[in-house]
Design a protein around this ligand. Structure first.
Ligand code: NDP
Length: 317
């Protein structure tokens, strides 16, 4: 067990956390990044990224994050692989405690803990988790080579998952609760013209069915939201892609959040309701949730942390 003392502690190592680290390190704040449960964040579970500026050819999400991490390290950031279990924002310096037992003591804090995949909330979803139920096509799609799978959702994530799964799977059925998608038009066009993908509109998943030996998913029971009619779609895999929940459990009682739990920041800024605490990336952004917008707010958070340290007279070495 050790104490790590820093001017700027960054929780989360996705696009927001790494960009904050690059800027904070360049400002000689000697930042510490605590990587969290999913080092590199959500981009590490995506495949090709083709909308991050600077890469004319698509770059793999994990490679993009590795490059950001190396860049931040080269500037002088220290990365700690730990998972923060408690955080005290009532006095400064702020104190975070990791499940390693280590304490992180910081004059400023940048929360870049991102958001996690949301689940349908069905008991059968839990029963068949890891045995056909997944929230990550790029992690688990390989297991469904030549099999039929379903994807649930109608946003960018669901469409991207369906397009990805159409590679290994024999057929992909996208199940959406309405009759129009909210995904970007280019993604919709690719989905709707793909020979291995079909869409079932106006359907809600009411149960995931399983069995057999070895036991796994055998189908999904669907209900038509207009007629109430039920049907079973035989599939061996179900990928849930219905959005995200912000990772704010540590701070919910300590910072202002909206009803969904996203941290509220001062408009045009990353300042939170506690002076010296800044929030960047998906944890404070229910709207855009892009790698590049996360990077942008990560940059803002580092610059605002530096300004805060200068104003409070604690920026020096
Ligand atoms: P979204 O919130 O955009 O979409 C969630 C989808 O799931 C909606 O279609 C919603 O239906 C559906 N849904 C929500 N709850 C349920 C439920 N209980 N049962 C059934 N369906 C449900 O989330 P995404 O994860 O797709 O995207 C999040 C953000 O990340 C967006 O801003 C998106 O643009 C961005 N993103 C961008 C990518 C890119 O640029 N390449 C890739 C992936 C994500 P309904 O439409 O009826 O509300």
């Amino acid at each position: 067990m050790a104490d790590h003392i820093t001017k700027t502690l960054i929780l989360g190592s996705g696009s927001a956390g790494c960009t904050a680290a690059i800027y904070a390190a360049r400002a000689a704040l000697k930042p510490i990044v605590v990587s969290g449960m999913q080092p590199g964040g959500q981009l590490t579970i995506t495949t090709e990224v083709e909308n991050f500026p600077g890469f004319e050819d698509p770059i793999q999400g994990p490679e993009l994050m590795e490059r950001m991490r190396v860049q931040a390290e080269r500037m002088g950031t220290v990365f700690c692989q730990d998972h923060i279990v408690s955080l005290d924002l009532s006095t400064r310096p702020f104190v975070a405690v990791g499940d390693s037992g280590d304490r992180y003591i910081a004059d400023t804090l940048i929360l870049a803990t991102g958001a996690s995949a949301r689940w349908l909330g069905l008991d059968s979803e839990v029963t068949w988790m890891g045995r056909g139920v997944s929230a990550c096509a790029t992690c688990d799609g390989f297991f469904f080579r030549g099999r039929e799978v379903a994807v649930v959702g109608g946003g960018n994530s669901a469409v991207e998952e369906a397009l990805f799964l159409a590679g290994p799977a024999s057929r992909v059925t996208l199940i959406h609760r309405r009759n129009s998608l909210r995904a970007e038009q280019t993604l919709q066009d690719r989905l709707l013209s793909h020979p291995k993908i079909r869409v079932l509109w106006d359907r809600q998943v009411v149960e995931i069915e399983g069995g057999g030996e070895p036991a796994g998913v055998t189908g999904v029971r669907l209900r038509n939201v207009h007629t109430g009619a039920e049907e079973v779609l035989p599939v061996e895999g179900v990928f849930i892609a219905i959005g995200h929940t912000p990772n704010t459990d540590l701070v919910r009682d300590q910072l202002d959040t909206d009803d969904a739990g996203y941290i509220r920041t001062v408009p045009g800024s990353t300042k939170t309701s506690v002076p010296g605490v800044f929030a960047a990336g998906d944890v404070q952004d229910p709207v855009f949730q892009q790698a590049v917008t996360a990077a942008g707010t990560g940059c803002m958070a580092a610059l605002e942390a530096l300004r805060f340290l200068e104003e409070t007279g604690s920026a020096g070495a």
